[in-house]
Design a protein around this ligand. Structure first.
Ligand SMILES: O=P(O)(O)OC[C@H]1O[C@](O)(CO)[C@@H](O)[C@@H]1O
Length: 771
């Protein structure tokens, strides 16, 4: 028998469990009207309501006695003091130092680590602000607008969860994406609609050796270099590293000036508040990030100083042990009633299961009690319509953690009341159920009655606070970190190593070598040999049909932007633009002839054409105003020898400028281009020729109007026309493109300046999107 099962408190709990066996939560509530008041504890702005648990005062007494007997307090103090509590790796576990205020002193091997933490935070803050303020420019001189975090495990789950959780506080001008899986689809989809020259890659890896992350990082570099014509200098502008491994970062080609470090005493799954949180800081800004750290610290201080009986992480940790080891409950459901916490259960899975999924104690003896339970969950109310059935009426005991907020970040009508009403009702239904008597009293037939009975007696915790702020998120995460720690202390296991992930990693390296060297003999077991043989065959079929290189996998598109003064062209993956002059006699055959000399050597598989006039179902509907004749009915596909898509030129630029919602695009050029996009669907428009004053819109705001009326009057008409169109069409925003937009020093409210380059982006998107 292990030392744990021999402990006096453990034995008492085993006996006590039997005494409690026949007590339903209904009985416990009836016998103790004050339990709702007493079984409540507060910390760092959070309230824990644990009245709906199968415990009474004696149970709690025995559980706290167990914690004391297992030395939870001494272990906690050792962790906070920087002792090497991660004994199998001979490291401290000092994530609490990542959020310690600057004045604190926390030593590892005699050196205070707090100043280093704050030095990194300061550098991160400066970088985050440079991105947020548009001062960090990509290789073409355009500001960074897209941030792609490349990492896995703790270098991904925390950042993803925090970004989703704090999205309300994030800068919506920035696109945040996350790539973790070695499946190339993850990368391909993440960068699918991004401009390389506006994209920053954050390579997040504590070790900087993780196979998935390094493979994705190299693909990201190839993707960028393909767009930057191979100019390696572009890497410095588009890559930063978050790591503890300076040497590997430099070998990858990222200078240490662009590296944000952390230390071996930060475990991957405990690292979202270290440099690994750079994406979070960019999204929400350094100030809000500091608020999040303050939230973490507040819970740390509570855990460090509060008596066990009022200590939230300790109470929740012990309740977890109670069900896991005395009731055989194998899982815990985490049910946030807050959509922004949709990735919280996934985050908790690594935190809890990689930490406490252990089979030996600290001294290497096999445990003989169950350790880490399985964590899972989904946000309410969605889960109610899927798996709650099993929690209510299935045969398993599943303790639930409900997480709820007093206020919604997006209040509207009754939504939040309904949400919270559901959460409260679920906790009530689980605890008290519905007896056969109650069912029969409702007049339900005898045959149906058993199906309608709810046994109840199913425990849950309610974690409540006012709003999901950065501070609240910090304390919530710290709460679970310390729950995990408390349980590990009881089970006498090491929550800070993860040897269990190693074997699979090593075998994968051997298998990939065997897959890629098809003649190598296979010396695994017969099942593994057979599967490798199957895949060797299957992949050889794919190799014939599809290209393996990521650059080639993208369709090469030639985009032509035909305008009244120039016809411009660009090719997928290049930033080089070529142009020929337009004339009032330019016909399509002549245009193609002139272009051919400019684009000699360009290889493309498809063509996009932005045409300055009406286009219906990808066919030119009218000859252009400012060019020659012969455009209607011209066979472009034949002339280019590949498929061609034709759209109105404003529609193409609009598509390239589109960022969601309802967008009106107006092109102030020779004429007045216009297009409207709603939820990704383009509606090209011909607003230019609508009557306005003594002519049409175009007469006043097109190039002719500008020449005739002069800048001042033209300016006033542009503002007036925009106002009229905003009132009529109610767009979320207006994008003003076209060459003449440069004559507007200021813009009306709700209007952004477009960029002519977006025409090319739109042309490329035509072959990617259904739009
Ligand atoms: O940050 P790294 O070193 O790339 O590691 C990623 C993840 O891999 C693991 O080491 C094992 O899966 C995790 O603990 C860690 O979070």
């Amino acid at each position: 028998m292990s030392a744990l099962r021999e402990k006096a408190a453990w034995r008492t709990l085993e006996e006590h469990r039997q005494q409690l066996e026949n007590q339903h939560l209904r009985d416990l509530f009836a016998a103790d009207p004050g339990r709702a008041e007493r079984y409540r504890a507060d910390a760092a702005g959070w309230r824990l309501d644990y009245a709906r648990h199968r415990v009474n005062d004696q149970t709690l007494e025995h559980l706290f006695a167990l914690a004391r007997e297992c030395g939870v307090e001494a272990r906690r103090d050792a962790m906070f003091a920087g002792e090497k509590v991660n004994t199998t790796e001979q490291r401290a576990a000092l994530h609490i130092a990542l959020r310690a205020p600057a004045r604190k002193v926390i030593k590892v091997d005699g050196a205070n680590v707090v100043p280093q933490v704050h030095a990194v935070l300061k550098r991160m803050g400066e970088f985050a602000l440079a991105i947020r303020e548009g001062r960090w420019l990509g290789f073409s001189g355009r500001p960074i607008r897209n941030i792609v975090n490349v990492g896995i495990g703790g270098s991904d789950l925390g950042p993803v969860m925090a970004y989703e959780a704090l999205r309300h506080f994030s800068d919506r001008k920035l696109q945040m994406r996350f790539v973790s899986n070695v499946d190339y689809t993850d990368f391909a989809e993440a960068v699918h609609d991004l401009r390389p020259d506006e994209t920053l890659f954050i390579i997040a890896s504590k070790t900087f050796t993780t196979l998935e992350t390094m493979t994705n990082a190299h693909s990201a570099r190839d993707w960028l270099l393909a767009a930057a014509d191979g100019d390696k200098a572009a890497v410095a502008k588009h890559f930063v590293a978050l790591s503890t491994n300076e040497k590997a970062v430099e070998e990858f080609g990222i200078s240490t000036d662009h590296m944000y470090g952390f230390w071996d005493w930060v475990g991957g799954r405990y690292s979202m508040d270290s440099a690994i949180g750079l994406s979070t800081m960019i999204a929400i800004g350094p100030e809000a990030f500091r608020d999040m750290l303050a939230g973490f610290h507040a819970m740390d201080e509570h855990f460090r100083t509060a008596p066990l009986e009022r200590n939230l992480p300790v109470i929740m940790g012990l309740l977890g042990v109670w069900y896991n080891d005395f009731f055989g409950a194998e899982t815990v459901a985490v049910l946030p009633y807050e959509q922004y916490l949709k990735r919280f259960p996934a985050y908790l899975q690594q935190l809890t299961m990689e930490s406490n999924g252990k089979h030996v104690t600290l001294d290497g003896a096999t445990v003989d009690v169950a350790t880490g339970p399985i964590y899972w969950g989904e946000p309410g109310t969605n889960g109610q319509h899927s798996f709650y059935q099993l929690i209510h009426q299935g045969t398993r005991l599943i303790p639930c953690d409900f997480i709820g907020f007093g206020q919604s970040l997006n209040p509207s009508g009754r939504h939040h009341d309904l949400l919270l009403a559901n959460m409260i009702a679920q906790a009530e239904a689980l605890a008290f159920g519905k007896t056969l008597q109650q069912v029969e009293d409702e007049g339900i037939s005898q045959e149906l009655a058993p199906h309608r009975v709810f046994e109840g007696n199913r425990p849950s915790s309610l974690l409540l606070t006012e709003r999901l702020t950065p501070t609240a998120l910090g304390s919530l995460v710290a709460l679970y970190e310390h729950i995990v720690f408390t349980q590990a202390a009881i089970w006498n296991i090491n929550p800070f190593d993860q040897w269990g992930v190693e074997l699979g990693k090593q075998l994968a390296l051997r298998v990939v070598d065997e897959i890629e060297s098809p003649r190598k003999p296979l010396n695994h077991d017969s099942a593994t040999n057979a599967t490798i043989a199957w895949y060797r065959k299957a992949r050889s079929k794919t190799d014939e049909g599809a290209s393996k290189s990521p650059a080639k996998a993208q369709r090469k598109v030639l985009v032509l932007d035909i305008g009244g003064s120039h016809v411009k062209a660009m090719l997928t993956g290049s930033q080089r633009e070529v142009a020929i002059k337009s004339t009032r006699t330019l016909a399509p055959a002549e245009m193609i002839k002139q272009l051919r000399t400019m684009i000699r050597g360009w290889k493309y598989e498809a063509v996009s054409i932005g045409y300055p006039g009406p286009v219906v179902h990808e066919r030119i509907a009218r000859e252009p105003y400012n060019l020659g004749k012969g455009w209607v009915g011209f066979d472009f596909a034949k002339a280019f020898g590949c498929p061609v898509k034709i759209v109105n030129d404003a529609a193409m630029q609009a598509l390239g400028s589109y960022e969601g919602g309802r967008m009106l695009f107006l092109g102030l050029g020779t004429g007045l281009g216009s297009a409207f996009i709603v939820d990704g669907i383009i509606e090209p428009m011909e607003l230019a020729h609508l009557p306005y004053k003594k002519g049409t819109f175009e007469d006043y705001v097109g190039a002719r109007g500008l020449k005739k009326l002069g800048k001042k009057k033209w300016h006033a008409h542009v503002f007036d026309v925009i106002e009229q169109l905003q009132a009529a069409l109610e767009p979320d925003y207006v994008v003003l493109g076209g060459g003449n937009v440069r004559y507007l020093n200021e813009l009306p409210a709700g209007v952004r300046r477009g960029d002519n380059h977006n025409a090319f982006a739109g042309g490329f998107r035509l072959w990617e999107n259904k739009a």
